[in-house]
Design a protein around this ligand. Structure first.
Ligand code: CU
Length: 166
């Protein structure tokens, strides 16, 4: 029984960590952003993008964000972008593995370095999807008298642990 409780506790903590693993990537941070003065190429290389992460573009309105083909990325071609994002604050979910290309559409900015290649990798093998045991809308597993309490303690512990590590 004690082993079972320990396992539940570990599972709860693992779930919390998994949530923490999905990362946000503010483009150019720290110290820079989506602008012409940030070394965005170096920034992109320094990042590890995983499925489930988010790219966050924050920029002044003299910029925009175009998602383009590799050819247009290479040539700074701004015609026929796959997507155009304006408004100054854009969250782009990285939901599938593979390469995506973003450039600024303002004349000259891509040539000044406002372009990034984002290579999203599949989620790491040690963070599997949550088990399919809980169908959406299904009822939660039958509560056992003290387990709820234990789970709560575990989650509290897990959050404490995360805060320590952050
Ligand atoms: Cu720009």
């Amino acid at each position: 029984m004690a082993v079972q409780r320990a396992l539940v506790c570990l599972a709860a903590i693992a779930m919390l960590f998994q949530l923490a693993i999905a990362a946000n990537h503010p483009v150019g941070a720290p110290g820079g952003s989506w602008d012409t003065s940030t070394d965005l190429k170096a920034w992109a290389v320094s990042q590890t993008f995983s499925v489930g992460d988010n790219l966050i573009f924050k920029y002044t309105t003299n910029h925009d964000v175009l998602e383009v083909t590799k050819a247009n990325y290479d040539s700074c071609g701004t015609s026929n972008p796959m997507k155009t994002h304006t408004g100054g604050n854009r969250v782009i979910p990285l939901s599938t593995p593979g390469k995506r290309y973003f450039i600024c559409g303002t004349a000259g900015h891509c040539g000044q370095g406002m372009k990034i290649e984002v290579d999203t990798t599949a989620a790491a093998a040690n963070s599997p999807k949550s088990p399919p045991g809980t169908p959406s809308g299904g009822s939660p597993p039958p509560p056992k008298s003290s387990n709820g309490e234990n789970l709560h303690t575990c989650i509290t512990l897990g959050i404490g642990l995360m805060l320590m590590l952050v």
